[in-house]
Design a protein around this ligand. Structure first.
Ligand code: MSP
Length: 537
């Protein structure tokens, strides 16, 4: 029996089932851009959240290396395709390291084991009678790796997604996948699993598209070598998408396991969540489940289609010269700042904009001021009024900060499970902002002068505990900052080690709830936990 995760906003089950999450497998036609970084940081944050909650997690990323686009890019660079791919892949793994991404599997579609999985899958679909040979005529956009309908092209056959690239006319014998056969089964599936495509706007887009009628699509190409030969007709090369989607399956194999579907699918399948950009929704929401139905395999639980990033309100592109280099951004501002801005500022699912001034202002206001300063000034008071130790008091249940802190876990947890990362950040930030107001209103410095030590201790405990909770719930987004906050509070916790260290996960077991800060724990000499960002001159 396949045990699947409840992806709605209900509380986690007592016995967590495996949680498998994927980024798209990125094309290696160029070095990674901010769009690839965006998806990957979101996936990393959600993976970290589930790991923190005690789930067995497998986070998958990787690269899509076959197809005409890559073949041509390699030619332009006078490289053989494999050499080209190896170079670009290095750019991806370097970026993931800089961005503090903790993936468990990195799948390359040029991996030999992937070929075995693709061939076995193809044979299943073939045996189901869902592949036939036919004539393919149409306009092909190599940049999209997709045939386009007339309405998706300009008058002179430029693709709307790539207006600087002309689509190419193709008239060739191809093998086709019988997508049309699965129209009703897909509609039934979407009806039975309303949570499958998220957010709602993307689901509606897919439903409307399928409603208009599905056509079979070709899954082989001639006159291209860079890809897998069709097992039954080696003159044909398998269409890059039929190959790439299966990368999600190959990635599930243990490193030393034989590459069979049975091995790949036995533990982590079906995937809990595929995170993708809205441009590749159809492949994941229509082609992929139909292919799996044909092969008789269970379908992933959820697809989340996020929006597109723009820069200063304009579409990003090489022609406009306004792309954002993620490496330069991280080098200048650090990975936590970059992760925080994109995940907090942009509602996950919608389009969003990057503007450097806004980026600096938001990160400084939220992380340096609201959170960092709150901790800093409270720690100073704890050193002055409480001998540098966590006060031994019980904060009243009616205390407003305690009340908010007590419910933070519910709100943040629900938001993470629903992929509403901006809401998860906002719920934490609200606690920090309330903590600042609370401190100003309660004025422990006055109570200290009045000799009311019990009140001072209760106030400082409430604020320190709120900052701890904030750090815990924000750790999937800004793990390094959270570790520094924990360090200041006297813990030796490195949130980057949560993935690798089960004993640390155990130690953090109850930390999502109010009261995790032990009375009497020694507090460290206050140091700013987040240096304010400055605009480069
Ligand atoms: N290789 C395919 C995916 C195969 S998955 C089995 C592919 N690769 S891609 O490199 O072109 O795109 C990867 C992801 O980057 C997509 O999810 C796409 O939506 C995303 N983005 C590309 N440009 C983007 C922005 N400007 N903003 C946000 N995401 C963007 O498609």
């Amino acid at each position: 029996m396949v045990v699947t995760e409840d992806l709605t906003s209900s509380p986690p089950p007592l016995q967590p089932s495996p949680f498998t999450i994927t980024t798209p497998l990125y094309y290696v036609n160029a070095l990674p851009h901010i769009g690839s970084a965006y998806t990957t940081m979101a996936v990393d944050a959600v993976g970290r959240f589930y790991r923190l909650q005690g789930y067995p997690v497998l986070m998958i990323t990787g690269t899509d290396e076959h197809g005409q686009k890559i073949e041509r890019t390699a030619q332009e660079r006078n490289k053989n395709p494999q050499e080209h791919c190896d170079e670009i892949v290095q750019g991806f793994t370097d970026l993931w390291q800089k961005l503090n991404i903790r993936y468990d599997r990195f799948i390359r579609t040029t991996d030999d084991r992937h070929r075995a999985i693709v061939v076995e899958f193809f044979e299943r679909v073939w045996a189901a009678g869902d592949i036939y040979s036919g004539k393919q005529q149409g306009w092909y956009c190599v940049s999209c790796e997709e045939f386009k309908e007339e309405r998706e092209l300009t008058e002179d056959h430029h693709c709307l997604v790539h207006p600087n690239k002309q689509a190419e006319w193709r008239d060739e014998e191809n093998y086709f996948f019988r997508l049309s056969k699965y129209q009703t089964a897909l509609q039934q599936f979407y009806g039975d699993h309303p949570e499958f495509i998220q957010p709602e706007s993307r689901r509606n887009e897919v439903l409307a598209f399928v409603e208009r009628g599905l056509q079979d699509f070709s899954i082989s190409r001639v006159n291209i070598d860079w890809g897998f030969a069709l097992p039954n007709d080696p003159k044909h090369t398998l269409y890059v998408w039929f190959d790439a989607l299966l990368g999600y399956v190959t990635a599930l194999l243990e490193p030393d396991e034989d590459p069979t579907l049975e091995n790949a699918l036995k533990h982590w399948w079906p995937i809990s969540t595929h995170v993708i950009g809205k441009d590749i929704l159809r492949f994941h929401a229509i082609y992929w489940p139909a292919m799996l139905m044909s092969a008789g395999l269970p379908i992933p639980q959820r697809l989340f289609g996020h929006g597109f990033l723009t820069k200063d309100g304009q579409k990003m592109g090489k022609t406009l010269g306004n792309t954002i280099d993620p490496v330069a951004l991280i080098d200048r501002y650090g990975s936590d700042a970059v992760r925080y801005y994109f995940l907090k500022e942009i509602e996950f699912g919608r389009d969003g904009d990057f503007n450097e001034t806004r980026f600096i202002n938001i990160v400084n206001a939220d992380l340096a001021n609201d959170l960092g300063n709150l901790l800093n000034r409270t720690l100073k008071m704890a050193h002055k009024y409480c001998e540098g130790r966590v006060p031994s008091v019980t904060v009243a249940e009616t205390d407003p900060l305690r009340q908010l802190g007590t419910t933070l876990g519910d709100r943040a947890g629900r938001a993470y499970r629903a992929m509403a990362l901006h809401e998860a950040c906002q719920s934490v930030l609200t606690l920090a902002q309330t903590g600042n107001k609370y401190l100003d209103e309660q004025a422990p410095w006055t109570k200290f002068k009045q000799g009311d030590r019990a009140a001072v201790e209760a106030i400082l405990y409430a604020v320190l505990e709120s900052v701890r909770l904030a750090a815990y719930w924000l750790s999937p987004i800004v793990p390094q900052l959270s570790s520094r906050i924990y360090g200041q509070l006297g813990f030796a916790v490195d949130f980057d080690r949560v993935n690798a260290d089960p004993s640390l996960r155990e130690q953090l077991g109850g930390h999502g709830h109010w009261g995790g800060l032990p009375a009497g724990q020694g507090l460290v000499e206050p140091q700013p936990v987040f240096q304010k960002l400055e605009m480069p001159q």
